[in-house]
Design a protein around this ligand. Structure first.
Ligand code: NAD
Ligand code: GLY
Length: 358
């Protein structure tokens, strides 16, 4: 097992990464401070892993709540079913919630934990690659609104993150690829050496080589932990983690939540950000092609949906969380391995990218 620390003063917490961790109850138990623990999962993940978590909670007062599976259920209405379960089970302020599942479960349970009785503890047990390398770490929680992705939410850090890499054995291939998009993101924004490593190991990563997967998860979590420790509330550097997300969130919302997976939309969005960076003269056409090929080798889409117009993109991008005082800020690549957030992009270049006039 490897352990990383997210360094946030009194709110610091560990990320444990390894095989078979769900059965190692000593990792979970010290982070449950009251007598009651409520595990929240969905109808796909619970039949696979709920028993392991509940067994690890022996001696606590426990209950479980299952939500329907899918990005389209990442809503305030679904969150309300969590609140109902907590109230029906007389959960008090010392209750700990355990989020067992992918990023959808993790984001919603985190948000419920932030809001229930103005804040209770929660633990992240991510079971998709994407949630292991990104969403379970850093305390961003929330739900979607029909008019915008992740628009209702809160910052609320977990007590710990337990990554059992064995759970990836049951993850569908398409979901694995979606997670690889976020792994590639860390390389593009801040680590050329990691990108080179990914270039060399992409076939093993897609083929689920356990050592390569563990290394990719560890290095990604290291990046995420460093960025979150430096800028917990996204006042600066953390915005770089959104490379491709402004375009990607527009794709997810416009296509109907759940039709494009988050990681797929981010992959196409990162290509659009790279193309925009090329039009700014910062990276070369050959480098854009290299990014496209790396994503393609991870079985990810490299073009936005052909049905989306420039106007569609603009509509959803106008409510992006990086819009400040009415000005859109974009994450672009100053070079491969170095991203920047800027308001100073050429509107004409953006229009070329959105209208696919390259
Ligand atoms: P997801 O939670 O929808 O999970 C993908 C699918 O895999 C679901 O059908 C799920 O039930 C299933 N699944 C999960 N674990 C499984 C397993 N071990 N075996 C078999 N099936 C399994 O999707 P995701 O990609 O994990 O997360 C995407 C969400 O995360 C999006 O809503 C996105 O906005 C959010 N996100 C949040 C942050 C953050 O910082 N909070 C960062 C990135 C993404
Ligand atoms: N996934 C973006 C962030 O955590 O900031």
């Amino acid at each position: 097992m490897q352990t990383l620390q997210v360094d946030l003063g009194e709110r610091s917490y560990p990320i444990h990464i390894g095989q078979g961790l769900l059965t190692q109850s000593h990792l979970l138990r010290p982070h449950i401070h009251g007598k009651r623990a409520v595990t929240i999962s969905n109808t796909t993940v619970a039949p696979l892993y709920l028993d392991s978590v509940q067994n690890a909670l022996e001696g606590f007062t426990t209950s479980a709540h299952l939500m329907p599976d899918g990005e389209e259920y990442k809503t305030l209405d679904t969150c309300n079913t969590i609140f109902t379960h907590l109230l029906e089970n007389k959960a008090d302020r010392k209750t700990t919630l355990i989020a067992l599942g992918g990023g959808v479960v993790g984001d919603m349970v985190g948000f419920a934990a932030a809001a229930y009785q103005r804040g209770v503890n929660f633990i992240q047990v991510p079971t998709t690659l994407l949630s292991m390398v990104d969403s379970s770490v850093g305390g961003k929680t929330g739900v979607n609104h029909p008019l915008g992705k992740n628009m209702i939410g809160a910052f609320h850090q977990p007590q710990c993150v337990i990554i059992d890499t064995d759970t990836l054995n049951t993850l569908p291939d398409r979901e694995l690829s979606a997670g690889i998009a976020e792994v590639i993101k860390y390389g593009l924004i801040r680590d050329t050496e990691f990108l080179a490593w990914l270039d060399t190991h992409m076939a093993q990563l897609v083929g689920r080589d356990p050592e390569v997967l563990a290394e990719a998860i560890f290095r990604s979590c290291q990046h995420k932990a460093e960025v979150v420790a430096a800028d917990e509330r996204e006042e600066g550097e953390r915005a770089l983690l959104n490379l491709g997300h402004t375009f990607g969130h527009a794709i997810e919302a416009a296509m109907g939540y759940g039709n494009w997976l988050h990681g797929e939309a981010v992959a196409a969005g990162m290509v659009m950000a790279a193309e925009h960076s090329m039009l700014m003269g910062w990276i070369t056409p050959a480098e854009v092609q290299w990014i496209r090929e790396l994503l393609q080798r991870a079985n990810l889409p490299i073009e936005p949906p052909s049905s989306m117009t420039g106007a569609d993109f603009k509509q959803y991008m106008s409510v992006d969380k990086k819009v400040l005082d009415g000005s859109l800020r974009l994450v672009l690549l100053q070079k491969i391995g170095r991203a920047i957030v800027t308001t100073d992009f050429h509107e004409g270049a953006l229009n070329q990218v959105l209208n696919r006039e390259l």
